[in-house]
Design a protein around this ligand. Structure first.
Ligand code: SAM
Ligand code: SF4
Ligand code: SF4
Length: 307
């Protein structure tokens, strides 16, 4: 794939201040071959112009600069679909102590020894495909079974739970539990403030039923399901706002994870948080947020909050 010309390249890289960020995410491209119903990337308020690209050498150099300046240990390679820029991503992963490639799996599963591939599937086939596209479940399943085995790549399947697919949580686990994967994670939908997609629950109390079902599947498959029960308990309506806040004021990711989006002019631009600009913190379902809060409570190293 040939990169489009870079427009209005800024004279100097964007300055994100001087603080440490133990973790960061980078949208290596705004391009994607899918259009999932819940995707935050393509919301109007976010930097997502497909032509705003940075060539591979420049992006790797920028990431190295930012890693050294902000002491970034853990990097999430995302997009759009990061595997559209596979060569870049495969060079980038070894620049960080812990890298995760978050992919839709339609371009195969990369071999990244010592690192993680987070593979997105949103339920059993009959629920996943209306969200991710016809034939996507089968294609991703083929990718999983064709992947290079025993190469020290950790492959985790992630389901984003919304009202569109909540009915399929248990069925999904039954369908993928014998696949050659290292685990399953769940996260709940992150809505916008005036979300009218119908994907979110009426309120946090309404969402509690889903959290209870996740706790139940964790109890059934304690090794396969990677969520921690104490973290899931923190997502419940009686305490969730203590970890997010109405406007993100309690969110542990805001000051510790740097979101690098492809911005205007082909330079990195940061958004309000990893989920973009217009987000409803009071109803945020990001497992990473609650897991970070859990790790803070336990006094763990911030760069290891992903697990
Ligand atoms: C934006 S995608 C980018 C990487 C890749 N294209 C993929 O689908 O995995 C990263 C992850 O965010 C999830 N995601 C997208 N929109 C979301 C939302 N509104 N709330 C929670 N997670 C979301 C996706 O399902 C995916 O697992
Ligand atoms: S594959 Fe990923 S980036 Fe593309 S639309 Fe779906 S969630 Fe968004
Ligand atoms: S939407 Fe979630 S991750 Fe983003 S700032 Fe708000 S609480 Fe944090």
């Amino acid at each position: 794939m040939v990169d489009a010309p870079i427009r209005n390249r800024a004279a100097a890289p964007t300055d994100f201040g001087s603080r440490d960020y133990p973790a960061a995410l980078v949208n290596v491209t705004n391009a994607c071959n899918l259009r999932c119903t819940h995707c935050f990337v393509f919301r109007d308020d976010n930097p997502n112009a497909p032509s705003d690209k940075m060539d591979d050498a420049t992006m790797l150099a920028r990431l190295a600069e930012l890693r050294d300046k902000h002491n970034i240990k853990s990097m999430y390679f995302m997009g759009g679909e990061p595997m559209i820029r596979k060569d870049l991503v495969l060079k980038g992963v070894d620049m960080f102590e812990r890298s995760t490639i978050v992919t839709n799996g339609t371009y195969g599963i990369p071999s990244v020894p010592g690192h993680v591939v987070s593979l997105s599937l949103d339920g059993p086939e009959h629920l996943n495909d209306p969200i991710r596209g016809d034939g996507v479940f089968a294609k991703v399943k083929d990718s999983v079974f064709e992947r290079k085995m025993g190469d020290a790549t950790t492959v985790i399947v992630q389901m984003v739970v919304t009202r569109q697919n909540e009915s399929g949580i248990e069925e999904f686990v039954e369908q993928v539990k014998d696949w050659p994967i290292d685990g399953i994670t769940f996260t709940l939908y992150v809505p916008t403030r005036d979300d009218d997609t119908g994907l979110d629950w009426l309120d946090l109390a309404d969402r509690d039923v889903v959290v209870d079902r996740l706790i139940a599947v964790k109890r059934t498959y304690p090794r396969l399901i990677k969520a921690h029960i104490p973290t899931l308990e923190m997502m419940k309506s009686d305490v969730a706002l203590e970890h997010t806040g109405q406007e993100g004021e309690n969110c542990p990711l805001l000051g510790t994870a740097l979101p690098l989006y492809m911005g205007d002019g082909g330079e990195f631009e940061r958004t309000f948080c990893c989920y973009g600009n217009d987000v409803d913190c009071a109803r945020c379902g990001s497992y990473l947020v609650f897991n970070a809060a859990y790790h803070i409570r336990e006094g763990h190293d911030p760069s290891r909050w992903g697990g």
